[in-house]
Design a protein around this ligand. Structure first.
Ligand code: ZN
Length: 273
């Protein structure tokens, strides 16, 4: 009996000691990273970086400043099986990935990182001439394996979050994008099942009106030009076309655009002119 009690307490001890240790190491890792960021922020302007041969070095300060604000929202699906799995991934320093928000299938929203800090969610990405999307964006991950549709309650939470963020940072309607939009050929999230139209109807992102409208000849440009006007990196045109289809046509078809799809492309392009 005594042996059984000892065994039981050993097992219980193991369980109770494992969980807090993981949380503690996550907090410690977080604090270590914050310390390194703070060390950079408190540095005063370094005049030794300015190299002008004939001009004497000088220092002057201003107190008129604030924090830079995010200007884009990038939406992802996690391609993982649960929120718990994603939380574990983001807590591991070796994963080298993170996002500001994670929204679970039941609508729970996790705020993982201060919006003013640079999360590592977009990777090598480009929109227009902006080649450092992580520096100017908030990353929102939706718990989704890439095959299932997005539950209503999850989208409801996303819309509520976007309502807050759009007011806080005055993010332009054009700047609500998917990971696939900014990394064509490399990323394909959120999937074709993501309801971009519902977002656009609330003012987050653009949509297109009736595509039966006659498109002026002057706007009938090459697809590569139309995609570039919107913001896509067209260095790999088939990849850019696929990203466009994922976002605006709810399709993951490959191949050239059909005449009907071209009409959608021109209609979307007009929103960006
Ligand atoms: Zn992504």
């Amino acid at each position: 009996m005594i042996r059984y009690v000892l065994f039981l307490s050993l097992i219980l001890g193991l369980f109770t000691s494992c969980a807090p240790k993981r949380v503690n190491s996550t907090v410690k890792n977080y604090e270590r990273t914050i310390d390194s960021v703070v060390k950079v922020i408190v540095l005063k302007p370094d005049t030794t970086r300015l190299i002008f041969d004939s001009i004497p070095e000088s220092s002057a300060y201003t107190s008129n400043f604030g924090l830079r604000k995010p200007n884009y929202i990038i939406i992802h699906h996690t391609a993982q099986d649960s929120c718990a799995q994603t939380l574990r991934t983001f807590a591991k320093p070796e994963s080298q990935v993170s996002a500001h928000y994670l929204i679970c299938k039941d609508g729970t929203v996790y705020h993982l990182l201060n919006d003013y800090l640079r999360a590592w969610h977009a990777g090598a990405a480009r929109w227009g001439t902006n080649r450092d999307i992580n520096s100017s964006s908030i990353g929102i991950e939706l718990d989704n394996n890439g095959r299932d549709s997005f539950p209503k309650v999850q989208i409801h939470s996303l819309l509520a979050l976007l309502d807050t963020l759009s007011k806080e940072y005055q993010i332009p309607a054009s700047n609500y994008l998917g990971h696939a939009d900014v990394a064509p050929g490399r990323k394909f999230d959120p999937s074709a099942l993501f309801p971009w139209r519902i977002l656009a109807d609330s003012g987050y992102g653009y949509w297109y009106p009736d595509t039966n409208r006659v498109i002026p000849d002057s706007l009938r440009v090459e697809p590569a030009i139309a995609l570039k006007v919107i913001g896509y990196d067209v260095s790999n045109l088939p990849a850019a076309i696929l990203s466009f289809r994922l976002h605006f046509l709810g399709s993951n078809k490959t191949g050239p655009l059909s005449p009907e799809e071209m009409n959608v492309l021109y209609a979307v392009m007009q929103q960006y002119l």
